[in-house]
Design a protein around this ligand. Structure first.
Ligand SMILES: NC(=O)c1ccc[n+]([C@@H]2O[C@H](COP(=O)([O-])OP(=O)(O)OC[C@H]3O[C@@H](n4cnc5c(N)ncnc54)[C@H](O)[C@@H]3O)[C@@H](O)[C@H]2O)c1
Length: 277
């Protein structure tokens, strides 16, 4: 096991990607602090980790509220002695374009995705430095943070920002032996998320704002070079590797788990090739 004896805090633990990452880190031996603004997601994620034989606590916390973030990081220390791993994944989906996005919704979306990651990074890093822990952090990006997607202005902007936040923090914290990397997921197969929601006994997906690109995008799987979409468990394996000592010389990296999406030559259409036989 790669993460035996480590303590990981994961934010945004819905039954989809971050719940999958939390369970994946626990399978590699980590104890878990599961964070979500929705108490049932935090608690059920923690319960699932406990059912799998590891220690865990679930905390309802708004990642944009500094007092709550400080209290949460402190509770991780009281419960498990301190953090070794932080995974920032809390997100708000709101598919609106620059012409339609109201200011208050722009602020709320970018606040959760950027300020939330900033606050947890700041306070987790201070704790790691105080305790002399050579920990590491992983920020969850998206292929939408690497490319210009129409009709998703807040999301793409925040994810692009988070990508360079990762590199900047990696440089600042290198002197303390703290590594900072990111994982880039892409359009994700929803089977695991639905199964996990059923197993946890919670509703998922939550209601989303906006209308996905108003028909501008085709079914994502048709453009995947590997001809299928990744699942949360694929991201969990990448996160476990980056969080482990196997990645001890890796910092400032973005590990794309996107079935080849970002490397694809923009005119090439894998689905056309498949249908041509
Ligand atoms: N689903 C995809 O296709 C996809 C693709 C690329 C990247 N991603 C990224 O993967 C990560 C997880 O995505 P997902 O599909 O599992 O999303 P999700 O909507 O299922 O989960 C996001 C969670 O963040 C929580 N959250 C929102 N605001 C919060 C706040 N203020 N404080 C604490 N928690 C808050 C929500 O309650 C929710 O449980 C996100 O960072 C997302 O951007 C997802």
């Amino acid at each position: 096991m790669k993460l035996e004896g480590k303590v990981a805090l994961v934010t945004g633990t819905s039954p989809n990607i971050m719940g999958g990452i939390a369970e994946g880190l626990a399978e590699e031996g980590a104890d878990l602090v599961c964070i979500d603004i929705r108490a049932e997601y935090a608690e059920q994620c923690a319960q699932s980790v406990i059912n799998g034989g590891r220690r865990a606590i679930g905390i309802a916390c708004d990642v944009t509220d500094e007092e709550q973030v400080i209290a949460t990081v402190e509770r991780a220390k009281e419960s498990f002695g301190g953090l070794d791993i932080l995974v920032n994944g809390a997100t708000v989906f709101n598919t609106k374009g620059v012409l339609d996005m109201p200011l208050d919704e722009w602020r709320q979306q970018t606040d959760v995705m950027l300020t939330g990651a900033f606050l947890f990074t700041k306070h987790a890093a201070k704790q790691m430095i105080d305790l002399g822990r050579r920990g590491n952090m992983i920020n969850i990006i998206s292929t939408a943070g690497h490319q210009g997607e129409p009709g998703n202005i807040g999301y793409g902007t925040a994810k692009g920002g988070l990508l360079n936040f990762t590199r900047s923090v990696a440089m600042e914290l290198a002197q303390y032996g703290i590594r900072v990397n990111s994982v880039t997921p892409t359009a994700t197969d929803r089977t695991e998320g639905s199964e996990r929601a059923k197993r946890w006994g919670v509703d998922w997906p939550p209601p989303r704002r906006g209308q996905r690109n108003k028909g501008l995008l085709p079914d994502a799987s048709t453009g995947s070079p590997l001809r299928k979409l990744p699942s949360p468990s694929h991201y969990a394996k990448a996160a476990a590797f980056l969080a482990s000592d196997e990645a001890e010389m890796i910092t400032g990296l973005d590990l794309r788990v996107d079935a080849g999406a970002i490397s694809k030559y923009w005119i090439w259409d894998p689905s056309a090739e498949a249908s041509n036989g």
